[in-house]
Write a protein that binds this ligand. Structure first.
Ligand SMILES: *Cc1c(COP(=O)(O)O)cnc(C)c1O
Length: 390
């Protein structure tokens, strides 16, 4: 019973040893400031620009279109606030969805206070956004559409290509929060018609505190951090060279291992889903059954509290989540599940398990056993469960 199973890769991933090695080298040996003209500076600059190539190549972009940031949250802020400021003369309307990460939702709410108007699109019961809703919501004064690539809680993959086509047709800038998708599924910004794409290193086996915003050539965006002329004048501050080099390594590995990782994760994901549905009664899978991230399992287990399941799983060495890491610990049910029409009491019994490279079939079988036992125990104590069948 000393097994440890980490099933919270949507919250963060371990750093790959190759990545850690690259980071150490750029902290200890190639420690120069990338803006310095001497050999130390040039060595740092070389590492930085190689990393830019790797990140760009993962999403089919040009290296000059990659701006390094402090992570997904900053990239989302930069996309929304940067476009809002650059385009405020043209219009004040922004479109996003009800299931975005708080980095987008709270930024949109902030912009509303600044005088912008925001439309929050609904989703269906699988968490899917209807591209026709995007088309209908676009007005003459719409300056930005921001729709996440794949949801961090339920794993649903949105119809980004279709939305991109509509935005292009209407001449509206299109941003996507790709934090959960980039590195996990194949993405080509040109095929999909993306103008801005948010990426975070620590969700793809890179370090925390590093990310990027892809900015299509010609897209107007104002800086949100002012200072030196770093990152083509779009993001001031001495570059986190070591972190960025680690991010580059993580991006390179993700590109090379993309198929291999999917082939590893998909059967594990489906084994976990099948096991839970077969062995536990009154369970519902949240999120789209097939348009779904290869590592995401999200279930609502009736008549039990998500938090109780988490604590019990933790005691058995299993790390999962009851939604997003940011809402865990609060008693508010997930805004994503509520937007999908999941009733409050069902949303409270939700569990997110996100797989990663190191997970095995044995892990999955162990977790199914643990969960079956925990649910049996919790339901035996639950007044809701004892009365449920009359
Ligand atoms: C984790 C996450 C973020 C935030 O990224 P950080 O690098 O942790 O700031 C944004 N959006 C989504 C969808 C995420 O999963």
């Amino acid at each position: 019973m000393s097994r440890k199973v980490y099933l919270d890769h949507a919250a963060t991933t371990p750093v790959r040893p190759e990545v850690a090695e690259a980071i150490t080298r750029y902290m200890v040996e190639e420690f120069g400031n990338a803006s310095s003209i001497h050999s130390f500076g040039r060595a740092a600059r070389k590492g930085l620009e190689e990393a830019r190539e790797h990140v760009a190549s993962l999403i089919g972009a040009d290296a000059r279109e990659i701006i390094f940031t402090s992570g997904g949250t900053e990239s989302d802020n930069m996309a929304l606030k940067g476009v809002a400021e650059a385009c405020r003369q043209r219009g004040k309307h922004i479109i996003t969805s009800k299931i975005e990460h708080h980095a987008v939702l709270h930024t949109a709410e902030h912009l509303e206070k600044e005088g912008f108007e925001v439309t929050y699109l609904d989703v269906d019961s699988d968490g899917l956004i209807d591209p026709d809703d995007v088309r209908r919501a676009i007005r003459d004064d719409t300056i930005l559409v921001s729709v996440m690539f794949a949801n961090n809680e339920v794993g649903t993959i949105e119809p980004i290509g279709e939305i991109g086509k509509i935005c292009k047709e209407k001449g509206v800038v299109f941003h996507s929060d790709g934090v959960q998708a980039v590195g996990s599924i194949p993405i080509d910004v040109n095929e999909l018609g993306l103008d801005l794409l948010t990426i975070s290193a620590h969700k793809m086996y890179g370090p925390k505190g590093v990310g990027a915003l892809y900015v299509r050539k010609g897209t107007k965006i104002a800086p949100i951090i002012h200072g030196g002329a770093h990152e083509r004048g779009k993001r001031a501050g001495t570059e986190n060279v070591a972190g960025i080099v680690g991010f580059g390594k993580a991006a390179e590995l993700a590109r090379i291992e993309m198929d291999e990782r999917q082939n590893h994760l998909l059967p594990l994901r489906d084994r976990l889903i099948r096991g839970i549905l077969e062995r536990i009664d009154d369970v519902k899978l949240n999120g789209h059954p097939t348009k779904r991230l290869p590592n995401n399992v999200n279930v609502s287990i009736m008549y039990v509290e998500g938090e109780s399941m988490l604590l019990n799983l933790d005691m058995m060495g299993v790390a999962a989540s009851s939604g997003s890491a940011c809402t865990s610990g609060s008693l508010e049910p997930s805004h994503v599940l509520l937007a999908m029409g999941v009733p409050h009491e069902v949303a409270h019994g939700s569990l997110r398990m996100t797989l990663g490279s190191a997970n095995t079939e044995e892990d999955v079988d162990y977790v199914i056993d643990c969960l079956e036992e925990i649910v049996k125990r919790l339901r035996a104590m639950s007044p809701l469960a004892t009365t449920r069948k009359g």
